[in-house]
Write a protein that binds this ligand. Sequence first.
Ligand code: DX5
Ligand code: ZN
Length: 220
Amino acid sequence: MNKIIAPSLLSADFGNLKKDIEMVNKSEAHWFHLDIMDGVFVPNISFGFPIISYIKKYTKKPLDVHLMIVKPDRYLEEFKNVGADILTVHYEACNHLHRTIQKIKSLGMKAGVSLNPHTSVHVLEDIITEVDLVLLMSVNPGFGGQKFIENTYSKVTALKQIITTRKSKAVIEVDGGVDNTNALKLSKAGVDVFVAGNYIFKSKDPLKTIRELGKQVQIK
Ligand code: DX5
Ligand code: ZN
């Protein structure tokens, strides 16, 4: 599969959101990564349905929605209605993950599951054939601009092995502290989707940063 770059809008300028949406539209990025935080699952609150609808209106790129909320089942349909294409829930927030994944797929979205840094990839062995995407958190979720956790590489390698052994089609996404010092190594370990917030939006030339990150993660 071709490698995917997904800028995380959390680091965008919310006073000037349309400008940042247009920048991503023009760029070589493949997806928009949207972080939804409830102040309970994570110690931060981000944004909700009106902002997602707004973004959907101004882009044709897929919306990759990362839910950092408790009891996500309450809102799956609403996220579909505002335009989510890929919907990712946290393993740690779901009592009945299998049911949640089936529901997301039945609504016509791709279903993802995310793991916090402390959660072993082995908890996914019995669900890996059902999911379209696994999002490995490479920082503790809640904030942009944190330092990449080095243990992520070995988690990617172990997850890749589970995916191959179980003949799953799941893609691997990494989120948190991704930049040009770790992207290629992650790519070689098996990462397909690279989320980057601060590295893109706080750079001098975000279009160029996206282009170069995209080039960097290609394995010849
Ligand atoms: C963190 C979010 C990330 C965040 C990444 O909880 O899930 O998507 O925006 O931001 P950076 O790339 O700045 O670590
Ligand atoms: Zn995220």
